[in-house]
Design a protein around this ligand. Structure first.
Ligand code: CIR
Length: 257
């Protein structure tokens, strides 16, 4: 369970966010701002305290705060090394917010030429799965491993071939339940989990946020909604159309701890 979240309000430049996959056109700024405000309200409705950081116009993707830092363990924080040149400076911008939470000796850094983005990091208890993707390289995983193992975590690398980040293809729902899509359906690494299989035409909705028995999911995906309802979850929905256009999902928009 998490009680706190950090978000960053999207600036006007969000319309120029990186779109490597979706190809659905440019986001509408006003609608993106509205969806973001509703996302914050949805988190608050789950009892989460949200800290909202101000927009950064020079960094179009900076609302995706999940990528420049990892705070999910609650024991230490990692400032990552975003792979895209336009996103790498986000690490310096997220740092002050992380320093509000962690002492300097519990903040670690992934250093170039290693790359890593938080969207590739999926924690399940004491195991941390990390996507080996277009955004996170083996050196990034190795550095993360050196940081996390002394705290008692096991790090497992998972190749990401067809989606942006690991959590674009699989998210952990708690209680051994894994929401899986595409390349992660019946994937050997995840064979011990109870798999909730997302149909290909609703693959975007595999990126959900579970908090206890409640799941925050993107609006407009009735099959995934049914899947989660059948699995016993209470469901809260948030509209994500403008962030979907620039490859952003629900998890990307917050750092939760
Ligand atoms: C990017 O391509 O970097 C952004 N447009 C989307 C980042 C999504 N982040 C995530 O899945 N954690």
């Amino acid at each position: 369970m998490f009680k706190n979240a950090i978000v960053r309000i999207p600036g006007h430049s969000v319309i120029d966010g990186i779109d490597d996959y979706a190809q659905l056109g440019k986001p509408n700024f006003d609608k993106a701002r509205q969806e973001h405000a509703d996302y914050v309200k949805a988190l608050e409705s789950l009892g989460v305290t949200v800290t909202a950081l101000p927009p950064l116009e020079t960094m179009p993707d900076s609302c995706f705060v999940e990528d420049p830092a990892v705070v999910s363990t609650g024991k230490f924080a990692v400032i990552t090394s975003p792979a895209k040149a336009s996103r790498n400076p986000e690490r310096d911008e997220i740092l002050p917010a992380i320093q509000q939470i962690y002492d300097p000796d519990h903040i670690f850094y992934i250093n170039a030429p290693a790359t890593m983005e938080g969207g590739d990091v999926m924690q399940v208890g004491n195991t941390i799965y990390i996507g080996l993707s277009a955004r996170t390289n083996q050196a990034g995983i190795n550095q993360f491993k050196e940081i996390a193992e002394p705290f008692g975590y096991t790090v497992i690398a998972v190749p990401v071939k067809r989606v942006l980040h690991l959590k674009t293809g699989v998210t952990y729902m708690g209680n051994n339940k894994l929401l899986v899509s595409g390349e992660y359906i019946d994937y050997p690494t995840f064979s011990d989990f109870d798999q909730l299989k997302v149909p290909a035409d609703e693959a975007y909705a595999v990126n959900c946020i579970a908090n206890g028995n409640t799941v925050l999911m993107p609006a407009g995906f009735p099959k995934v909604k049914q899947l989660l309802a059948d699995a016993g979850f209470n469901i809260t929905e948030a509209h994500m159309s403008e962030f979907e256009k620039i490859d952003g999902g629900l998890t990307c928009l917050s750092l939760r701890y």
